[in-house]
Ligand binder design. Structure first.
Ligand SMILES: Nc1ncnc2c1ncn2[C@@H]1O[C@H](COP(=O)(O)OP(=O)(O)OP(=O)(O)O)[C@@H](O)[C@H]1O
Ligand SMILES: [Mg+2]
Length: 252
């Protein structure tokens, strides 16, 4: 069955979750899908990249209550068929707001269902950490997509996440990883990527290289394929998107 939602997630910060969420959302729209990007990170980086104001009316409490508040907060991006649900600084309290509900770990299922029905694809950009928000995401999405920098610590956090998912029996979502911010000239990166073959999850063959264009997204405030369409990183994000489509099926 085709997936309708995916989340860029990792316990560790700064591994390329947001850069990937932004570029994949753009690739999804370019291939004809009506797409929503949900920014759950109080830092609001994905919101910023899409030039949207980091403001969610009624804040974290409103998000967790759900209902019409979500639809009222959706903003159009500069790209047809790509909408953004912006983050708000109050999202730093999302965990506390979730803990006050009867089903704190599966509340997002109720809250986001109407949007999952409305869009062809919903992409979540998660904050780092392993929190109540993360557990809601594990319960909600069809695919957890983990960017992994090929370094010892990043691989170690990946093992921690996989251990947690197994222990808590979060089997509902498919889990997939890809190597992010890769510098092939580094021996350690090459060695760690070989280790990837031993992981008990799908490791995608597409790799996102470490490139200055990706950092430039902060100045351009546009996805990489918009301002550097011929760059290797634009090609890498497109290849990652195509691989996801082939592997998991993403359809209208
Ligand atoms: N492929 C890449 N090449 C070069 N720089 C990158 C790449 N991917 C991300 N970056 C840069 O690394 C930093 C962290 O990336 P990003 O914000 O995507 O990570 P993150 O996992 O979302 O971080 P956080 O956990 O803080 O949300 C940013 O400054 C970004 O521009
Ligand atoms: Mg981020």
């Amino acid at each position: 069955m085709a997936i309708r939602s995916l989340a860029l997630y990792h316990l560790k910060g700064g591994v390329g979750k947001t850069a990937t969420a932004v570029n994949l959302a753009y690739c999804a729209v370019r291939s004809g899908l009506y797409t929503l990007l949900v920014d759950l990170d109080p830092q609001g980086s994905a919101t910023y990249y899409f030039r949207v104001k980091p403001k969610f009316k009624k804040g974290a409490g409103g998000l967790v209550r759900g209902g019409k508040t979500l639809a009222h907060n959706i903003k159009a991006s500069d790209y047809t068929n790509l909408d953004i649900l912006p983050a708000d600084f109050s999202f730093r309290r999302l965990d506390r707001n979730l803990e006050e509900r009867k089903t704190p770990r599966s509340r997002f299922g109720k809250v986001f269902q109407p949007l999952l029905n409305e869009y062809d694809l919903v992409i979540f950009d998660c904050p780092p950490g392993l929190t109540t928000v993360s557990e809601n995401i594990f319960n909600l999405v069809d695919l957890l997509l983990l960017p992994v920098i090929p370094t010892t610590l990043s691989m170690h956090s990946l093992e921690q996440i996989l251990g947690f998912l197994k222990k808590k029996k979060y089997h509902s979502a498919q889990v997939s990883a890809f190597f992010s911010m890769v510098e092939r000239r580094k021996k350690l990166h090459r060695a760690m990527m070989l280790e990837g073959e031993k992981l008990p999850i799908d490791v995608l063959s597409s790799v996102i290289p470490y490139r200055s264009e990706v950092e430039r997204m902060g100045l351009e405030r546009r996805p990489v394929p918009e301002f550097a369409p011929n760059s290797s990183s634009a090609h890498a994000y497109l290849a990652l998107w195509e691989e996801l489509r082939r592997r998991y099926g993403v359809e209208k």
